[in-house]
Design a binder for this molecule. Structure first.
Ligand code: PLP
Length: 418
């Protein structure tokens, strides 16, 4: 029998959206394997665990080992998460809020990625649209496309430190808009929003009658002038869905432990129908491994401040190296020093290069000639920009940027004096 109704590969295509992993895979594939003199250095992916200076704390590792050895967590957890895990996360997140979250506000997810998927899915209804920043972490666009959720982009303004173009937000929204997405600290921009900026965002969301999806996967990874303020602080202005995970702050993206939290002291998101929908969708998703969930209370309790400070200091150091070096490279410029997260955006000045067409061409030639991987801005929605990840060993970072410099000089339209 032919499966006539299954047009897999013919009619049904993946959404045309690029993914970071997809583009980085292509770039890796284009590296000249005969070039053994050059070790491949990636400033592409945001997985800091490739570098020994970004290593998780033993407190977290021991908590997981104890949890596993106890043999108490080999079974299923409730699909919304173990109660002790939800309670511990509610306590952890409430430290920075003017009100207390309860365990019922917290849904434990398989990393922040699954929290994104759940948030977008439960908000979708026929005809709905969502407002995404440009540039954006590409999973949002991809997930919205799979859900047939219409995407509308508002700009983040580089000349204003990647502030949200709130006028654009107001112009884009209509009665079918369900939410806007804010990523703070920013990926891909490396910015950190101020208290006042976040408050204004909440006020606009209130006027529009929409929710704010606050991606705080880089929560607390702020090392510039602006301290990290969670969007949930403004949960009584507009309802906030906060998304996060252990992945970045604890440097364990492989553990797949994340959360979706309703920051909504006035209970707009706690309508029985909404909660029912959320819980049912969690039944489909499953969530992270039970023994990892069970380790969360001890991970939060036993992680020393020293570990967090060490990570912050390292990110400040590597982002400084990056910023200073980038500003010495003729074809690149950076509108804003990174202040948070693990990546930032750098502008590519194509006009000073003689044989490079655009950011994609730049990244492919750079990979081939210098074995350095950088994400083209196109992957996050900004053509002729680059996203550079600085969660990289300092010496490798310097070596990689030196190679970028040589590459730019070689392809420069005006040779530097010789
Ligand atoms: C890394 C990242 C995620 C995904 O986090 P996981 O916990 O690894 O699933 C989500 N959003 C942003 C902005 C990220 O950088």
């Amino acid at each position: 029998m032919d499966a006539q109704n299954l047009d897999v590969g013919q009619e049904i295509e993946a959404p045309p959206h690029v993914t970071i992993k997809g583009i980085l895979g292509l770039l890796m594939g284009s590296i000249d394997c005969n070039n053994d003199s050059k070790k491949v250095i990636s400033l592409g992916i945001g997985d800091p665990t490739a570098h020994s200076c970004f290593y998780t704390t033993s407190a977290a590792q021991e908590a997981v080992v104890r949890s596993l050895r106890s043999a108490k967590f080999n079974g299923y957890a409730p699909t919304v998460g173990l109660p002790q895990t939800r309670r511990a996360l509610a306590g952890y997140l409430s430290r920075d809020l003017p009100y207390e979250l309860s365990l019922d506000d917290v849904y434990v997810t398989a990393g922040c990625t699954q929290a994104i998927e759940i948030a977008l899915t439960i908000l979708t209804r026929p005809g709905a649209n969502i407002l995404l920043p440009r540039p954006c972490f590409p999973i949002y666009g991809l997930c919205a496309a799979f859900r047939n959720l219409e995407i509308r982009h508002f700009d983040l303004l580089p000349e204003k430190g990647w502030e949200v173009d709130l006028n654009a937000v107001e112009d884009l929204a209509d009665h079918n808009t369900v939410a806007m997405v804010i990523i703070n600290p920013g990926n891909p921009c490396g910015n950190v929003y101020t208290y006042q900026q976040l408050k204004k965002i909440a006020e606009v969301a209130k006027r529009l009658g929409i929710a704010v999806i606050a991606d705080e996967v880089y929560g607390h990874l702020a090392f510039g002038a602006n301290p990290f303020v969670p969007m949930g602080v403004f949960g009584s202005i507009a309802p906030v869905l906060t998304l996060g995970s252990l992945s970045k702050r604890w440097l364990v993206p492989g553990w797949r432990l994340g959360w979706l939290v309703t920051n909504d002291p006035d209970g707009i998101l706690k309508s029985p129908k909404f909660v029912e929908r959320l819980k049912k969708y969690c039944d489909i998703c499953g969530g992270p491994a039970t023994f990892i969930q069970a380790a969360v209370p001890a991970i939060i309790e036993e992680t020393q401040e020293f570990f967090f400070r060490k990570t912050i200091n390292m990110l400040r150091l590597t982002s400084d190296i990056c910023y200073n070096k980038i500003n010495e490279i003729r074809c690149l410029s950076c509108p804003r020093k990174p202040e948070g997260s693990m990546a930032f955006m750098v502008k590519l000045n194509i006009s000073v290069l003689k044989d490079i067409g655009d950011d994609l061409d730049f990244c492919f030639k750079l990979a081939k000639e210098e074995s350095v991987i950088i994400l083209p801005g196109l992957a996050v929605g900004l053509k002729n920009w680059l996203r550079i990840t600085f969660a990289v060993e300092p010496s490798l970072l310097e070596e990689a940027l030196e190679r970028v410099n040589r590459f730019c000089e070689r392809h420069s339209s005006q040779q530097n004096g010789y």
